[in-house]
Design a protein around this ligand. Structure first.
Ligand code: ZN
Length: 422
């Protein structure tokens, strides 16, 4: 889910920019010049409370139509200085998605949704809560952020007296023992693997929030997103599913951390979503297997499952055609992407360490990664000569041949083994 939210919110924020010249000029004499303080805290009845103040006691900026925040996002005006935002964890379409959401005993907010109208000068956010998770660290009572600092970022805060935390990782108190300990152990193994093998220390700069979400039961499923806070949730699980959190969420964590090794440039490529999610799902399996969290058989079965799901999505069109038409299933980039990168690995003929080195360069969107780009095709290049990979992104019959080939390879070959050497 990398960057989807930030792009969406940027689009919303930018909508305010092209205001009509006449309107802008008419507002100019009334614009207040004092900095606007936006004080945010947990309110009553599953709401976020937003209080506005100016630093020099001047009047509050009016904003468009007298609204400082975009009412289309559901931020309700109570008075010129007071707004509330209902917590809503529904994963509905577009801008409604997780602007402010209950996560366990705390609240997760995606800040660009709360950027004030542009008439409001020098806005400063002030968050008040007992424990505030920002930039991978816990802050007590209060934190202030400029608009620049908040751009594209999320924050989490809680008023629990003793929240369940492990470093910069917050856990919903509804996650009970022994699941909690199993989950923490698994997350620790994954973090350690990323630190030792890929030199990426999640605890240094990221906040992590894991929660069970209850939102009237209208949606059930699990997932995560990866901004400055990695947010993982299982929405409306059954009691049986709650007991399996420790089997499911570590995979999500391994996937979201993989996104942290990627650079934004990947998003500008054709088939960007296929590349971004496929790489993350490939690395997820490699990390889960190499950190000892899943057996080789289980890992291979997950690859087989992805391949079979990918085959179900396929039809007479090539992947390029589907993406050009913007008509593909939500899971397609994940399942077909994972398949693509395992075929890339087994068809490369490279030692694991050499393949992973090239793969990591490709994750950084480097055009040149080891001199065999047209064979490795790790960025799904249009100049690719690798017949197997061309088959994976081809039509159904071409794809089927490569799935059969991968199955025979999986039966006779080990999974990529890193053993901390890369
Ligand atoms: Zn992802």
């Amino acid at each position: 889910m990398i960057n989807f939210l930030s792009k969406l919110a940027d689009a919303i924020f930018n909508q305010r920019l092209p205001c009509l010249l006449v309107l802008c000029l008419s507002l100019l004499p009334f614009v207040a010049h004092a900095a606007l303080l936006i004080r945010i805290s947990e309110g009553k009845d599953e709401h976020v409370q937003i209080e506005l103040k100016t630093t020099e006691g001047e009047s509050i900026c009016t904003g468009r139509n007298g609204q400082v925040f975009n009412p289309a996002l559901g931020t309700r005006k109570l008075s010129d200085t007071s707004y509330i935002q209902a917590l809503n964890s529904e994963a509905t379409d577009g801008a409604q998605y997780l602007k402010a959401a209950r996560m366990g005993g705390g609240i997760y907010m995606y800040l660009p949704f709360f950027f004030p109208a542009r008439e409001c000068k020098e806005p400063i956010f002030e968050f008040e809560a007992k424990h505030i998770l920002w930039a991978g660290k816990w802050h007590a009572d209060k934190i202030t952020l400029t608009l620049d600092e908040a751009k594209g970022k999320a924050i989490f805060f809680t008023n629990e007296l003793t929240p369940t935390v492990q470093g910069s990782h917050y856990f919903d108190p509804a996650i009970l023992e022994p699941t909690l300990t199993k989950l923490q152990t698994a997350f620790q193994k994954i973090s350690t693997f990323y630190r030792d093998t890929f030199n990426f220390n999640a605890q240094n700069e990221l906040g992590i929030v894991t929660a069970i979400v209850r939102n009237k039961g209208s949606y059930s499923g699990y997932g995560g997103d990866s901004l400055n806070i990695i947010r993982m949730s299982y929405d409306n699980p059954t009691p049986a599913q709650v007991l399996k959190l420790d089997e499911i969420l570590p995979s999500t964590f391994a996937h979201e951390l993989a996104h942290k090794l990627q650079t934004d440039g990947l998003h500008n490529r054709p088939l960007a979503r296929f590349i971004v999610e496929g790489q993350a799902d490939f690395l997820k399996i490699v990390v889960m297997f190499n950190s000892g969290l899943i057996s080789e058989d289980a890992a291979k079965n997950q690859i087989r499952k992805a391949a079979s799901e990918c085959e179900k999505f396929s039809d007479a069109r090539t992947l390029h055609e589907k993406f050009a038409q913007n008509s593909y299933e939500f899971r397609e980039p994940y399942d077909c992407g994972m398949l693509y990168y395992f075929v890339a690995y087994y068809s490369s003929g490279l030692q694991t360490s050499d393949f992973v080195a090239a793969f990591r360069q490709a994750m950084r969107n480097e055009n040149s990664y080891g001199g065999k780009e047209n064979d490795l095709c790790l960025l799904v290049e249009s100049t690719c000569h690798n017949e197997r990979l061309l088959g994976v992104v081809g039509d159904k019959s071409q794809l089927k041949q490569q799935i059969l080939w991968l199955e025979s390879v999986l039966q006779n070959n080990p999974l990529p083994s890193l053993n901390g050497r890369n």
